[in-house]
Design a protein around this ligand. Sequence first.
Ligand code: SF4
Ligand code: SF4
Length: 379
Amino acid sequence: MKGTEEMVSLLGLGCMRFPHETPGSDDIDVEKAEKMIDYAIKHGVNYFDTAYPYHGHQSEPFLGQAMKKYPRESFYLASKLPMWYLKKEADVARYFEEQLERCQVEYFDFYLCHAMNEERFQMLQEYHIFEKLAEYKKQGKIRHIGFSFHDSPEVLEKICSAYPWEFAQIQLNYVDWDFQDAKAQYEILERHGLPAIIMEPVRGGALADLGEGPNQVLKRADQKASIASWAIRYAASLPNVLTVLSGMSTDEQLADNIQTMTDFQPLSADEREVLENALEIYRRNVLIPCTGCRYCIDCPVGIDIPSIFRLYNHFSMNRHTLNKPENEFLADYQKIEESCRADQCIGCQNCVSHCPQSIQVPEELAKIAAFVSGLEKNE
Ligand code: SF4
Ligand code: SF4
């Protein structure tokens, strides 16, 4: 990190996708997750990114417990102020102090205002949040103040200009570079001299399997490299990147990411061209830009939005290569409880305001419901 003595590892561990004990739940398989942390540390990862709501509020306490055996100064701990829970100014201190306790630490190395957007920027000013965090910094309870972001480049510019932030966290990957303004956002941070922390480099796992056609393009160029490694290297190749966060759920993903980042090589011009060719095919196939972040899961009806979109995207990507993709899709779709399926959506729009990808969820669900209904009629 320029201008500081921080030596942050280029791969950071995102703590929102640990393995689950019960499939489909928010809980953490503590034993497996702790082993992953130990493996990561052993292989040089020193940045751990958690937040109040991750894993149904369990990520912070779990991480606090898991990191206790390591000297506090040997790792960087990042957490985030849950902006959408704040109802009054006093809540800032309440949540912050609670987070220190949950993580069992006396300070955060990196502390972020979580999921900033236009509306939360108003709140930031109204509740004097930056000033409060600056006070914590003076007290040694925060070392660097930043924010994570989900909105337009115009809003990002406004937020960057308003306060002396030290870093910012944005969603960036080779699909979102153009698709979700990641390029414009990255350039704004660069202009403001703010190091970028990258989230969703593999788009919630979607870029670990691009479908048969694009996968083949990448595999032809490098048989040994995993598909996900192209995405991690893409993000890490950008010069203003402090660390690339990957939310890993399995030992294999962790080992693969660590291998990718060990003796890291930025993408060459030839590799960029290969990636662009694969991307062209991928863009034609994928329909819904869902990252599986699960911010939308408080649907009043209980619709399993991320699973439905994941199944549909998988179907879309592979429809030209699988033998009977419709049958496979329908069989998987019918495993979702009837009350949680797309046709149960009442169109209340709750999910739309929570979705960082601005997906028109009810509209997409209606399309999928109609598609499923057609398939069921032909069964
Ligand atoms: S619009 Fe549909 S999916 Fe979204 S929260 Fe409402 S009922 Fe759930
Ligand atoms: S629909 Fe939006 S909020 Fe829900 S999981 Fe997908 S990206 Fe996240």
